[in-house]
Design a protein around this ligand. Sequence first.
Ligand SMILES: Cc1ncc(COP(=O)(O)O)c(C=O)c1O
Length: 468
Amino acid sequence: MSYPLDPSPDQMRKMGDQAVAYLVEFLRSVGEVPANNMEGAVEVALSVRGSPPDVGDMDFDAAIDLVALAASRGSNNAGPGFLAFVPGGGLFTAAIADFLARGLDRFINLWEPSPVFVQIEYNVVRWICDLFGYPPESRGVLTSGGSMANFSAIVAARKALLPEDFLSGTLYVSEQVHASVTKAALLAGFPRRNVRGVACDPKLRMDAGALRDAIRTDREGGMLPFCVVASVGTTNTGAVDPMADLAAVCEEEGLWLHADAAYGGFFYLTDRGRALFRGIERADSITVDPHKGMFLPYGTGALVVRDGPRLRDAHAMRADYLQDLSPEGELPNFSEYSAELSRDIRGLGVWLPLKLHGVGAFREALDEKLDLARTMYEALRDTPGFDVPWEPELSIVPFRYLAATGDADGFNRRLLERINASKRVFMSSTLLDGEFWIRPCILNHRTHRDRIDEAIDIIRKAAADLDA
Ligand SMILES: Cc1ncc(COP(=O)(O)O)c(C=O)c1O
């Protein structure tokens, strides 16, 4: 069959039906297929290596087979057993929204070509601003993820607080900060040495006293402290920096406080999260990732800035060839708040799930994740041999097994392999103070009590077998 660049209505309908049918079946069985499958993965990957034909040589049935083959290897991020890195899940309603947005192909980053889509996306931005108690002049953008949001935040802070020659500017992060923040500082032009790693307390939260000392030392040394990046849910353990204390330091010292809440942010919807993050509303800017805490497919992060014009000052750029388009008024020109010009419509994929499911559905799912983390923590803590020192503040439960003999790191590496060999769950690890820790992260709306109970059994059995 040949496919013109614009397929016929029948062809389009057939492709759409096939794609939906495939996806519905994939999601129906997403909990039954392996949580991770690397068997022959590289061979399978190499089997699809190739350059494109001059004349189309695949029909859509084969295209679906290709997608199914690709989905059969690697980690099953959408499945309930995916507990590695930071899961998201991938809401079907967001996927449908993205499909529609892609088909319509409207330009979103300036308001005039698509005022209504811009308003829809702006609803999402305002909702996030309102969630954190930001004032009306706050502004924000939807980004591709937390990394880009952190980048724009640091650029905005730099522009707002430092001279054009900014190389004396120093920023402060905890020792547990996500690498994207350090990367953002480097991309924003700072030498690595200007990124100060502030010591943490035993709960792995930034020590506000140590922060104060570091700022004082830098000022005495002629540096220009300008920004503190707090982690609101570290990627390693889910620790939440003391936001009220850090806000007080930043207010006294005149520093920009950025909250990297990429992983933890949406827990603010829950009562427990709200209590834990107290003070976040005093931050100058906040990163949150809908593709984590709102279970969206990868590709949607967000940055909100309390004093919106400061974000604009750092990113707005005039261009003669855009002179036909109106300046912002009622509606924002998002490109003036971010590094991007052309990009996909991101707002619809957040707004439709919010409208279809309601905020309460997200609150409930996030509350469930907090409960599941506690369940896992208590079960492992109460099992002899396991070291589970950090009571989870959010939904990450780092643990290791202290075998009676031998090298603990080696043992735990083998333990992780054995757990993942179950293919019912898939976890990843990290290093804390140089030691190897397994760190299940529970943040998929499809992960429920049954899978966590199963995970606990798998972990206990794997440790007992290995230790035998
Ligand atoms: C705390 C934190 N910040 C930033 C990021 C980077 O986000 P992204 O992967 O969306 O760029 C992550 C990702 O896991 C994270 O956990």
